[in-house]
Design a binder for this molecule. Structure first.
Ligand code: F3S
Length: 389
C-alpha cells in the first residue's frame, strides 16, 4: 500500500503512540483487502458505544486511547446501553450506568459528537452524494450507500474510530465505483402495508453477499431506513440499488448475473414465521431510531386514544429528533417511554424482559440473539393498536 510521507511519519510513531495505533489498524485492513492507498473521509460513525457490547475490555481500550488522541474529522457515536437521563426508569442498574458513563467520557475526550444514534443522517451528520465515509453502524451504512449515494464500507467499531482519528480510510470495497454495481436483480412484488421491514429482511437473505438491484421498489426515505436496516441484518452486503424516478441517476445493470422474483407471498410467509406469541413484556418501536415524520405519524394515530394496560412500551429515537417534536413526544409519552441515546438491542434488555414485539426487521435478527428475547414482528399500526384503545 502506498503511504504519503506524512502517513509514513505517523506509522513510525513520530506523531504519537495513539495515532500510530490508529494508522496501523487502517494499513492492516488495507493490506488484507488490497487497497492501494488511504483516502480522506468526510465523516466517521462509530459503533461499540454500549457497555453491553464492549464490556470492561472495551472501556480499557477506549480509556487508554482517549488519553492520547482526538478525532480529526466529524465523527458521531452509535446508541449507548441506556438513556442518559431516564436510565433509572428503564430499570438499568447503577453499576451498568457507571460503566456506561466511563465509555461516554472516553468518547467525549476522543472528540466524538454525542449523537448516540444509529440515524446520524437525521441528527445533523448527513453526508452528501459521492462523499467517502467510514461508518460502522450497519443500518446507517446501507442508508448512506443506497439512499444518500455516499460511499462507505461497513466498518467495525475500531476501524471507524481509527479512520476518525487519521481522517482517512483504505480505498477498497464500496469506495471503488467498480464494486458498487449490482450483480443480482430482484423483481419485488407489491409490499403489503407495514411489511417494508420484512421485505428488507427477505431481500437480505436472498442477496447474501451480492449487491441487488431491486426492481419495483418505491419507498419513502423512512421506509428505505427500515428496509436497509433489515437487509443489512440478514445479508452481508451494505448496499442496494433500485429503480428511481424520472431525472434520477439510472442504475448500471450491465453486470447482473441473475434475476430472482420475490412475490408478495414470500413476504407474507416471512410475516407468519416471525409472528411469535402474544406474551409480550415489551413493545419496542424505533429500530432504526424514529424520524420526526415517524413520531408525528404515530402521535396522529394515537391522538384521542387511551393507553391499554399490558406490556411496557419503548419508542426509541435520537435526542435531536426528540427535541424537534415536543408536542408529539408528549402524546407518545402517554403510552410509553420515549427513549433517547439507546435502543432495544444495545440496552441490557435481557435483564428486564423476556418477550418483545417490534415493527423492525433488524430487531427480529438481534432481539433473539443479543437481547435473548422471544421476538414477534408486527406492523407499526398493529403495535399502536395493541397498546391503545
Ligand atoms: Fe439502531 Fe439499535 Fe436498531 S442501533 S438500527 S435501533 S439495533
Amino acid at each position: 500500500m502506498h503511504l504519503t510521507p506524512q502517513e509514513e511519519r505517523i506509522l513510525k510513531g513520530e506523531e504519537g503512540h495513539g495515532k500510530r495505533k490508529a494508522i496501523e489498524i487502517l494499513v492492516a485492513l488495507g493490506e488484507i483487502y488490497g487497497a492501494k492507498r488511504l483516502i480522506p473521509i468526510a465523516s466517521a460513525q462509530v459503533s461499540g458505544a454500549s457497555f453491553k457490547t464492549i464490556g470492561d475490555a472495551g472501556i480499557k481500550f477506549l480509556e487508554d486511547f482517549s488519553s492520547e488522541v482526538r478525532v480529526s474529522v466529524r465523527a458521531s457515536l452509535n446508541p449507548l446501553g441506556l438513556d442518559l437521563r431516564r436510565w433509572r426508569s428503564m430499570g438499568v442498574d447503577p453499576e451498568f450506568y457507571s460503566k456506561q458513563a466511563r465509555i461516554v467520557s472516553a468518547y467525549r475526550s476522543l472528540g466524538l459528537e454525542p449523537l448516540y444514534s444509529c440515524t446520524p443522517y437525521l441528527a445533523g451528520n448527513r453526508p452528501i452524494a459521492g462523499q467517502h465515509l467510514a461508518w460502522a453502524e450497519s443500518s446507517a451504512t446501507v442508508f448512506a450507500n443506497s439512499y444518500l449515494k455516499a460511499k462507505t464500507n461497513r466498518e467495525g467499531g475500531p476501524s471507524a474510530l481509527a479512520a476518525a482519528i487519521i481522517g482517512k480510510t483504505p480505498e477498497y470495497g464500496l469506495h471503488l465505483e467498480e464494486n458498487r454495481k449490482p450483480r443480482l436483480q430482484i423483481d419485488i412484488g407489491e409490499i403489503p402495508d407495514g411489511l417494508v421491514p420484512l421485505a428488507g429482511y427477505v431481500v437480505g437473505k436472498t442477496a447474501g453477499r451480492r449487491i441487488p438491484f431491486i426492481k419495483g421498489l418505491d419507498l419513502t426515505a423512512d421506509e428505505h431506513k427500515s428496509f436497509g436496516a433489515a437487509m443489512a441484518a440478514t445479508g452481508a452486503v451494505s448496499m442496494y440499488t433500485y429503480s428511481e424516478g424520472k431525472g434520477r441517476a439510472r442504475t448500471d445493470t450491465s453486470e447482473i448475473e441473475e434475476c430472482i422474483s420475490l412475490p408478495t407471498s414470500e413476504l407474507t410467509a416471512a410475516e407468519d414465521s416471525l409472528k411469535g406469541q402474544e406474551d409480550w413484556d415489551l413493545v419496542a418501536i424505533g429500530c432504526p431510531h424514529c424520524s420526526v415524520a415517524e413520531i408525528k405519524r404515530m402521535a396522529r394515530q394515537l391522538k384521542g386514544r387511551k393507553p391499554r394496560s399490558g406490556p411496557d412500551v419503548w419508542f426509541c429515537t435520537s435526542r435531536k429528533v426528540y427535541a424537534s417534536c415536543p408536542n408529539e413526544v408528549k402524546v407518545l409519552k402517554k403510552f410509553g417511554k420515549v427513549l433517547c441515546d439507546t435502543c432495544m438491542v444495545v440496552a441490557p434488555i435481557e435483564k428486564l424482559y423476556k418477550s418483545t414485539a417490534s415493527d423492525s426487521g433488524k430487531a427480529m435478527v438481534y432481539l433473539p440473539t443479543l437481547g435473548r428475547q422471544r421476538a414477534s414482528f408486527r406492523s407499526t399500526a398493529a403495535l399502536l393498536g395493541a397498546i391503545s384503545r
